[in-house]
Design a protein around this ligand. Structure first.
Ligand code: F6P
Length: 360
């Protein structure tokens, strides 16, 4: 059993729906054990910037509050920022922050990148850590679901439901570009749920001919409109990125494949006019679904249970229908997890006639 008295919790990386339900469940489960919880502001910045930025969280913060039902992060979150210091200097300040607050453990709610970076900070600070997976991309390894993914699927499916009516009125093929970085989970799940005709994901090569064949068969069937979903990480048919855009720290910025495809289809096929909707950050927002809320409660409380039992350096997960945990080293080694080209979603999509790229 552990000697823990005080823990920190932080949300790291792009936000998503369900983070506040995670924070609430961590606070409530910790309070039951008599532990103090410090909410760290703006991801690791709250511990690495000076002055430190944090607040003490109690059950009262959330018991009569709308926060657990809202998207966003009550604590604020941090995507890659521009830092002048080296990782060693940042890790050292993180350690000083941990010691100044007297934290015995840190709960990190993040994606695969955060599990990697923050676990290094925690190791060098000598503080315990348990990670909770969250991301709309659903690409955190070793867990079937990350918090926030289901709500993002709902946002994309709703967008398809909204687009189909105007597609029908104007006899168009409407393209929906969704997020997901280099993983096609969000696009494929939404395309299946939203009954799209075409779904392109980074993991499966496609051809313009394949897209046009599908559109032509829709037309021949007598239907005068179509829906195309494309994941932001999809490249051109020949494998080039559609944009060379990078952020201030040199990471590529996705986006633009929808417009690229629209022009390509319009200049090679006259059967449908195309238009593009780039859904953007609404995918990270909206009312958290019941699945994301319950996943948040299950994983948040499990993180505290693990710490109480003396575990550290683990990520909680929901895998094969069971609550499990994995060593953070294993999680980091597994890397970002893309969509399996043989997943039930891809198989079902093909079986109902959706064009999802070329069979390998
Ligand atoms: O990782 C989550 C995510 O929403 C990706 O799907 C998307 O590519 C990226 O973050 C957008 O990041 P930002 O908010 O920095 O534009």
């Amino acid at each position: 059993m552990s000697e823990i008295k005080k823990i920190g919790i932080l949300t790291s990386g792009g936000d998503c729906a369900g983070l506040n339900a995670v924070i609430m469940s961590v606070v409530n489960a910790a309070a039951k054990l008599g532990w103090e919880v410090y909410g760290i502001h703006d991801g690791t910045d709250g511990l690495t910037n000076r002055p430190l930025s944090y607040e003490v969280l109690t059950v009262n913060n959330f018991s009569d509050s709308p926060w657990p039902r809202l998207a966003g992060s009550y604590l604020g979150s941090l995507n890659t920022g521009v830092k002048k210091e080296s990782q060693e200097e940042i890790a050292a300040r993180f350690g000083e922050g941990v010691r100044e607050l007297g934290l015995d453990a840190v709960v990190v709610v993040g994606g695969d990148g955060s599990m990697n970076i923050v676990s290094n900070y925690c190791k060098s600070a000598g503080v315990k850590m348990v990670g909770i997976p969250k991301t709309i991309d659903n690409d955190t390894p070793l867990t079937d679901y990350s918090v926030g993914f289901d709500t993002a699927c709902e946002a994309c499916t709703k967008a398809l439901d909204d687009l189909v009516t105007t597609a029908r009125s104007h006899h168009r093929a409407l393209i929906l570009e969704v997020m997901g970085r280099d993983a096609g989970h969000l696009a494929m799940h939404a395309a299946v749920a939203g009954f799209a005709d075409v779904c392109l994901v980074p993991e499966i090569p496609y051809s313009l001919a394949g897209i046009i064949n599908k559109l032509e068969s829709v037309k021949k069937s007598g239907r005068t409109h179509a829906l195309i979903v494309v994941s932001e990480g999809v490249k051109t048919e020949t494998g080039e990125a559609v944009t060379a855009a990078k952020n201030m720290v040199g990471e590529k910025i996705n986006g633009g494949i929808g417009d690229y495809l629209s022009k390509l289809i319009n200049s090679n096929y006259s059967g449908f006019q195309t238009r593009v909707t780039k859904l953007g950050h609404v995918q990270r927002s909206g009312t958290p679904t019941s699945f994301d809320r319950s996943l948040a409660v299950i994983l948040g409380s499990e993180a505290i249970r693990l710490l109480q039992q003396g575990h550290t350096d683990r990520m909680v997960a929901y895998t094969n229908g069971k609550v499990q945990s994995f060593a953070l080293d294993e999680v980091v080694a597994a890397g970002t997890t893309g969509l399996d080209a043989n997943s039930p979603y891809v198989k079902a999509a093909r079986l109902i006639g959706m064009y999802v790229g070329e069979e390998q």
